[in-house]
Write a protein that binds this ligand. Structure first.
Ligand code: BG6
Length: 478
């Protein structure tokens, strides 16, 4: 879908996120012909450089992080001509007049706050004072959106002083992942799934976001955060909402966000014995979590598994098992909807023990498959096997399936289009903290010590027990 001409200002335009994700993503949109000719990207940061200097920096960033597109040097040069740069002092007045001067045009204006949250207020205020933003402007903010309910509220209030909620785009890049959106298409675009999407047919749901990377390099941020704040409060919570929400009346931002909010509000508090926190050990020359975090006494979790319940009619009695962690066996994220056993099986013994599982793979191998039971081919009698009915996009959709675009580029284009459907509303973020805060306070008050786990494993033993106790099993991380 084409977008209108725009000026996108990236505060923190020389930072890590801008160089790794935002600019390479925008370059891919440029290649796809989705950047109208008069559109510009304006880097704004403290460093004293000019537009040429900035273009050089982004040329290097694309070479380093640009994927397959990095070889298209003519196109890269054409893209770089769209870049401008303003040296700006977020806390003072330096550079703001220059930015105001650049922003005289009548096009869509978006401001990406790719900076520490402590600067959000100052940026919002200066955009207002220098009359750069205007009532049509959009601002994009990144996580961490607060570290608890109070700080999230403060941030929301700060932004609300100068911007209406309809102008604020809170990014959760998990919502931009291809399969996450496809989950909604599958759920709400087919007759097959929705009638079975409830506690009559679903035994439980598993959400796993496993990573192989450690926290090396971001240890000082991560150690104050941990897996709960870094991943569960936002990414896993959003996945849970999309799986569990009631069908919105329309595929439209507020209709969808209203339904997600109801799910968060219906989440029950989690009992301490339904939470397992873990920390990775050292392996060979690889440092332990505590070494990575440079905090020998850290009790921060690099892994968490928990069993949650949603107190409403649809999901009463259906556990949602969530887990996420660093340095696990594989990079693999999946949502699995595990259906109940048949009420009665006409087959005997082992042949009777088969279940349907709908698995939604976020990464890698984005796709959705449904495990169904069929007869094993051949003359060996009535032996049943489980096979996946595979909807892997690359195969099902032919060539276009290979072009699964990165979450950031999709979301940024949604900002330009003015579509908030895949962005979190302020009340959602606050509700998520309202649920997580007491859990965190609980383990802090108990001085809970995370269980150690081996890098390359599936996390601590206790996490396996969390399901075994219920007669269930985690899906393999592979
Ligand atoms: C970020 C977290 O939000 O998501 C990181 O801060 C994590 O700790 C990352 O590694 C995972 O994102 P992705 O897209 O690689 O699954």
């Amino acid at each position: 879908i084409p977008v209108d001409p725009f000026d996108l200002v990236i505060f923190g335009g020389t930072g890590d996120l801008a160089r790794r994700k935002i600019l390479p993503g925008l370059f891919r949109r440029f290649l796809a012909g989705q950047m109208p000719p008069s559109s510009r990207i304006i880097g704004a940061a403290r460093s004293d450089m000019d537009a040429e200097g900035y273009r050089g920096m982004i040329r290097e960033a694309i070479a380093e992080f640009g994927g397959d597109e990095r070889d298209q040097s003519d196109q890269i040069e054409a893209f770089l001509t769209r870049l401008e740069y303003v040296a700006i002092d977020a806390m003072g007045d330096g550079g703001w007049a220059d930015l105001a001067e650049l922003m005289q045009r009548d096009v869509v204006r978006a401001f990406y706050f790719s900076v520490a949250p402590s600067l959000f207020g100052a940026l919002a205020e200066r955009l207002h004072v220098h009359k750069i933003a205007g009532p049509q402007a959009r601002i994009v903010v990144e996580k961490p959106f607060g570290r608890d309910l109070d700080t999230a509220r403060e941030l929301n209030q700060t932004l609300a002083e100068h911007f209406d909620e309809s102008q604020i785009y809170r990014i959760d890049h998990y919502l931009g992942k291809e399969t996450v959106q496809n989950l909604m298409a599958v759920r709400f675009g087919n007759m097959l799934f929705e009638p079975l999407w409830n506690n009559h047919y679903v035994d439980h749901i598993q959400i796993t976001v496993a990573e192989t990377v450690g926290v090396g390099g971001r240890g000082s941020y991560y150690d104050k955060s941990g897996a709960m704040r870094d991943m569960v409060q936002n990414h896993l919570m959003q996945l849970l909402c999309l799986i569990a929400m009631e069908p919105p009346s329309r595929f439209e931002a507020d209709a969808l966000r209203d339904e997600k909010l109801k799910v968060i509000r219906a989440l029950e508090p989690v009992a301490p014995h339904h939470i397992v926190r873990g920390q990775y050990e050292a392996r060979g020359d690889e440092p332990s979590y505590r070494e990575d975090a440079e905090n020998p006494k850290s009790f921060t979790e690099s892994f968490i598994a928990m069993k949650c319940h949603i107190a409403n009619w649809r999901w009463a009695g259906v556990p949602f098992y969530l887990r996420t962690g660093k340095k696990l066996r594989a990079r693999s994220s999946e949502i699995a909807v595990v259906y109940k056993d048949l009420g009665h099986s006409i087959f005997e013994g082992d042949e009777a023990r088969h279940r349907n599982i709908l698995s939604i793979r976020l990464q890698p191998n984005e796709g959705i498959d449904m495990q169904v039971t069929i007869k094993e081919p051949g003359p060996g009698g009535m032996r049943l096997v489980d096979v996946p009915l595979d909807l892997t996009f690359a195969e099902a959709l032919g060539e276009s399936g290979h072009e699964i675009s990165d979450a950031y580029e999709r979301l940024i284009m949604d900002v330009i289009r003015g579509n908030q459907t895949l962005f979190m509303r302020g009340d959602e973020v606050e509700a998520a903290w309202r649920w997580t805060d007491p859990l965190i306070e609980g383990w802090e008050a108990r001085n809970d010590v995370p269980k150690l786990y081996e890098p390359g494993s599936s996390g601590p033993e206790d996490a396996l027990m969390l399901m075994h106790r219920d007669g269930r099993r985690w899906r393999e991380i592979k």
